[in-house]
Design a protein around this ligand. Structure first.
Ligand code: CA
Length: 226
């Protein structure tokens, strides 16, 4: 899962990026509204962590633009402790949640995970698809209760597909979800990860189907096309 952090306080921006990376997210961090707009134009993100007071404008403008375009990207705004008005305005404009500064990093990680879950329609940090269980907080997967041995990238592929269960996910979507700017990941590498994950979940009744020309879809084997 990939997060865009927009925060002009360099110490905080750096700390939040490091903390989210530690939690397994791919992170891009920018300091200005213009840079955020530019990135969002060409890249896909799974959530936005947004400061309100930025050097070239207002975080609210980004939320407004997103919602105006009908984009459901989850937005977590950063506000000062006493800024009730900011929070109200942010939420009214279409932000999904807020976090109060000073930011507690464990809370930031948990709130971002919760936002992504909610937008995917999964209520809990842990969810099952057939015999396969994913613990998104612990970044672990289980098959019939037995932990699967997955690399970080393999986990990332499985988590993304499971969070988009029964939906087609393209290789480009997987690349976007797993890498920040400047990180290289080829379609061949994605194919290799999918191949390995497939092997590891074999027998679970849940399969990763290749949808020719479009990508992959995680589904229950008995629902798979013949
Ligand atoms: Ca600021």
């Amino acid at each position: 899962m990939r997060i865009l952090v927009v925060e002009d306080d360099r110490t905080l921006g750096k700390a939040m990026s490091a903390s989210l990376e530690l939690a397994g997210f791919a992170v891009d961090w920018v300091c200005r509204v213009a840079d955020a707009r530019h990135l969002m134009g060409g890249e896909h993100f799974d959530a936005l962590v947004l400061d309100l007071g930025l050097p070239d404008g207002d975080g609210y403008d980004l939320v407004r633009t997103l919602r105006h375009k009908g984009e459901a990207l989850p937005v977590l705004i950063l506000t000062a402790r006493d800024a009730v008005e900011d929070r109200v305005q942010g939420l009214d404009l279409g932000a999904d949640d807020y976090i109060v500064k000073p930011v507690a990093m464990a809370e930031l990680q948990a709130r971002v995970r919760a936002l992504i879950r909610r937008s995917a329609g999964t209520g809990s940090a842990s969810f099952s698809i057939g015999a396969l269980t994913l613990d998104t907080a612990g970044r672990r997967a289980f098959l019939d209760g037995r932990p699967l041995d997955l690399s970080g990238r393999e986990w990332g592929v499985l988590e993304y597909l499971a969070t988009h269960v029964h939906r087609i996910v393209s290789k480009e979507q997987l690349i976007q979800a797993l890498t920040s700017l400047g990180q290289d990941l080829s379609e061949n590498a994605i194919e290799a990860y999918v191949h390995r994950v497939r092997g590891k979940i074999e027998g679970s009744g849940t399969v990763i189907r290749t949808v020719r020309g479009l990508g992959y879809m995680l589904e229950q084997a008995d629902e798979a096309a013949p």
